[in-house]
Design a protein around this ligand. Structure first.
Ligand SMILES: [Zn+2]
Length: 245
């Protein structure tokens, strides 16, 4: 990247009616930004008549995100937090979704399908799936990066979290504001001073023995978070938002 601007930032998404996350903490800002770049790449490839696919067995390339990097530990990570949903209602809200096996689709997938597939019994029965939503008017992140480039990327993000196609996580507005008074290390690691806001390799918090965290585990520290190459063996986990209410 040519000129790079890197300053402490606060990012906020206004939500219309809450958001579902699959983890006890929110989604990472680097993952969101990388998803926008990846979709743009896919669209550009489609324009050339090519199909771009993600190969989980290959070593993923790091997309050039408008964020600073933290090289204190291995693997390195982007200087940004996971989504913070405090304040929110004290309890998450269960929202039921129903799922029904598409019988016509089964016919297309399998060479032989029994004459009746029961909706009420067996492996392919109709089911109700609980989706746990955090009801909060705003989700916030902290980061160290380029506010203009981040604003431009996030403009394409209209919903966040899980079950987006069911209407969860709808974003009505984004605000990306420079926070020149914020400490740079803190903006890349903490929800607010003293509270770890992302997964980090051990050396990141070596100078902060009193930081509140969510325990230690093998976990990923940068996008793509599902890939084993992004895992740190004994990473510190963020404090779950639930524990802060
Ligand atoms: Zn770090």
């Amino acid at each position: 990247m040519g000129q790079s601007v890197r300053m402490p930032l606060r990012v906020a998404a206004e939500l219309s009616h809450g958001v579902c996350f699959g983890t006890p903490w929110g989604i990472s800002l680097d993952g969101l930004l990388a998803s926008v770049l990846w979709h743009r790449r896919k669209a550009a490839a489609a324009g050339r008549g090519e199909v771009l696919t993600y190969d989980p067995l290959a070593m993923p390339e790091d997309l050039e995100l408008p964020l600073a990097r933290c090289d204190l530990g291995q693997p390195w990570h982007w200087m940004c937090t996971f989504a913070h949903t405090v304040p929110a209602t004290p309890h998450p809200e269960p929202r039921m979704r129903s799922s029904r096996t598409d019988h016509a689709d089964l016919q297309r997938l399998a060479p032989s399908v029994p004459s009746t597939v029961s909706d009420s019994r067996g492996h392919y029965r109709k089911r109700l799936i609980p989706a746990v939503a955090t009801v909060t008017p705003t989700v916030t992140w902290r980061a160290v990066g380029d506010p203009e480039k981040i604003t431009e990327l996030l403009a394409e993000v209209t919903e966040i979290g899980k079950y987006r196609t069911s209407g969860e996580g709808r974003v009505t507005a984004w605000t990306i504001e420079p926070a020149p008074g914020d400490d740079v290390w803190s903006a890349g690691h903490e929800h607010h001073p003293g509270v770890l806001g992302r997964s980090v390799p051990m050396p990141c918090v070596a100078g902060h023995p009193d930081i509140a965290h969510g325990g230690r585990s093998r976990t990923a520290v940068r996008a793509p978070y599902a890939h084993p190459s992004r895992h740190a063996i004994a990473a510190y986990l963020p404090v779950p938002d639930e524990a802060q209410r």
